[in-house]
Every structure is written in C-alpha cells, then in structure tokens.
Design a protein. Structure first.
Length: 146
C-alpha cells in the first residue's frame, strides 16, 4: 500500500515550546489528525466506525524530529498505510513545510483495531481493508487550515 494522503494545517502559537518551536508532543496530534482525515476521506468517520463496533487505537509510535516548525508555518502532513494484517495497521508519516522538500518529521505508528464492545483487539473488518486498498489515487490533497 503506497497511496498517500496529504493534509495541511497551520501551526498555532499555543503549540510552541520554550524555544519557540512546535512542542514535540504536538506532532503526535498532527499525525493523529492526518490519520483521521485519511480515514474519513475513505468513508470511515465516527458513525461508520460505530456501525462496525470498532475503532483504530494507536498502540505505538516512533517519531524522528529532524527540523523545527514555528507558529504561522503551514505544514503538509503526508500519511500512508504500509501494512494491514489481522488487527494491526502500520501507518507511515512525513511532515514538511508547505512547498518545501526538506522533512521536519518522520514517523511510523502501529494502530490496532479494537472491538468497542469487548474492548479487545480483533481482525480489521474486510470493509475497512477493501476501502483502504481500493484508494488507488497516488496523492490526495485535503486542505485543512486550523
């Protein structure tokens, strides 16, 4: 699975740390937002997940911070699924300033499909697998300015 989804967001002043850069913890929010928007783009928003009685929960994340972003920057957060098998989905991410090639952040997250009634991991439903695998567009831009 290599099709990529891109969302854009504007860095807000309250997201800065003492050095005037985006706080490292804020980047995880950006990554989660990109995953949610990608899922919604493919037709899987909160209502659909409720119908399926399951949700994706982030189990582990590995983030590499390469360069800082500051308030006012518009960031492009790119995400794609590397693998989906059983209850697990491995999602990759890249963050850049809009219009620039240099990476600010790279990340890889392990998401697990959790049955919301039993609160236990279970295999990702076939409908979800089909939707993500059918997204054959090489790039999809979805602008979100926060």
């Amino acid at each position: 699975m290599t099709h990529k989804f891109i969302t854009r967001l504007r860095v807000r002043y309250h997201e800065m740390d003492a050095l005037g850069h985006v706080n490292n913890a804020v980047y995880q929010h950006y990554l989660e937002q990109a995953a949610i928007e990608h899922s919604e783009f493919l037709g899987f928003g909160p209502k659909r997940y409720e119908e399926l009685a399951g949700v994706f929960v982030m189990r582990r994340i590995d983030i590499e911070y390469l360069r800082p972003a500051v308030a006012g920057d518009t960031l492009e957060v790119t995400t794609w699924l590397q693998q989906m098998r059983g209850p697990r989905a491995v999602r990759c991410y890249e963050i850049r300033k809009q219009g620039e090639e240099q990476l600010l952040v790279t990340a890889e997250a392990l998401w697990v499909w959790v049955d919301t009634k039993a609160m236990r991991p279970r295999a990702i439903p076939q409908q979800v697998l089909d939707a993500f695998e059918a997204a054959i567009q090489p790039e999809v831009a979805n602008q979100t300015l926060s």
